[in-house]
Design a binder for this molecule. Structure first.
Ligand code: KG4
Ligand code: ZN
Length: 335
């Protein structure tokens, strides 16, 4: 059963065709990132206007890539929340129109749950992910822990109280004079950073399953300020010694991932679950994968990562989760 997925919650206009919640026939993405770069973050008005301009073309691309026609789909799945209101509205209106024109059901999807579903895409039968599991979404907009009994029964255990983890990467990259988005740039710099040179502390939260990253970001800011750098002067920032930037990137990345690991591991322990599913843009980071794998081995946890190409925003994860709901309602209908 072929599902058409549509995702427009942030700056990516994405359309995908996925069969039976697993096989990704096409996954077309057009990003408006380059128009936001000079502002150092996504500008909602620009994002929604560009969704409107490109969504029709992205659908055409997805159909062409898959060698399929709209008449082949059995349902349309679309991201309903959370996200930028204007951007979501473009995707939702477009999806409604397609569903109406093709006389197929419209399935509305939660973006964060879709990030967790991404781990189920293209997965071999023998590597099936059993329920229940703890789900960790680490993206630019969210850092959340969930107890997933199944995709219709998901409980939020904790979330960030301030910046999302990816957002903190983006802000720290800005402080260090790098570009946007900062995640991949920090990862690259951190690879050459030396351990023990710089250290930042984890932030405690009242609910131990909540997260907080803005204090770590501020600690980086004070550390750089303390080196006599004028942060409002780009030239002064660009004179930062490269070794210092690498060491700070390393120390920041370590402490950010240590707090993700500490809380995810605690969520598993408190809920008596040994399976952990991880998705979202930050989950494409190799050091994150390495550190989580070390912890999983020590604590006998089974880890399931979303494939790297489905970590950042895409519509395949939306179509995949859409199939899950479509299939369930079909089975219910037969009873
Ligand atoms: O999931 P995503 O595409 O969008 C949201 O739903 O927010 O995540 C984007 C975020 C950005 O903050 C970006 O800096 C971060 O993911 N990111 C990374 C890496 N690749 C993307 N963070 C750390 N390391 C990476 N390799
Ligand atoms: Zn996302």
């Amino acid at each position: 059963m072929l599902i058409l997925g549509i995702e427009t919650s942030c700056d990516e206009t994405a359309v995908a065709l996925v069969e039976d919640g697993k096989k990704v026939f096409s996954d077309a993405v057009s990003s408006s990132l380059k128009f936001h770069k000079k502002y150092g973050g996504v500008i909602p008005e620009i994002a929604s206007r560009l969704h409107l301009e490109s969504i029709g073309f992205v659908l055409e691309d997805a159909l062409k890539m898959a060698g399929m026609k709209l008449k082949d789909i059995v349902a349309v799945a679309v991201t309903r929340e959370p996200g930028l209101t204007g951007s979501l509205l473009v995707g939702l209106s477009f999806a409604r129109a397609v569903a109406l024109a093709m006389a197929v059901p419209l399935i509305e999807i939660n973006h964060l749950h879709a990030h967790l579903y991404a781990a189920f895409l293209e997965r071999a039968r023998e590597e099936k992910i059993p329920f229940p599991f703890i789900g960790l979404v680490v993206s630019g907009g969210h850092t959340s822990l969930f107890y997933v009994k199944n995709f219709s029964n998901i409980r939020l255990l904790g979330a960030t109280l301030d910046d999302a983890c990816g957002e903190a990467f983006d802000k720290v990259a800005k402080i260090l004079g790098m570009g946007y988005p900062g995640g991949p740039l920090i990862e690259r710099m951190a690879k050459k950073g030396e351990a023990q040179k710089v250290k930042f502390n984890r932030i405690r939260t009242k609910n131990p399953l909540d997260f907080s990253f803005s204090g770590i970001k501020t600690a980086v800011l004070y550390y750089i300020n303390g080196r006599g750098v004028n942060l409002s002067n780009q030239e002064s920032v660009s004179r930062l010694p490269i070794a210092l930037v690498q060491d700070v990137a390393f120390a920041f990345q370590e402490v950010a991932f240590d707090s993700l690991i500490e809380k995810a591991e605690l969520a598993c322990r408190l809920n008596g679950v040994r399976r952990l599913v991880i998705g979202g843009g930050v989950a494409s980071n190799n050091r994150l994968r390495e550190k989580f794998s070390e912890c999983a081995e020590k604590r006998s946890l089974k880890l399931f990562f979303s494939p790297k190409r489905f970590c950042t925003d895409n519509a395949a994860m939306v179509a995949g989760l859409g199939y899950c709901f479509f299939n369930k309602s079909k089975k219910r209908g037969k009873r």
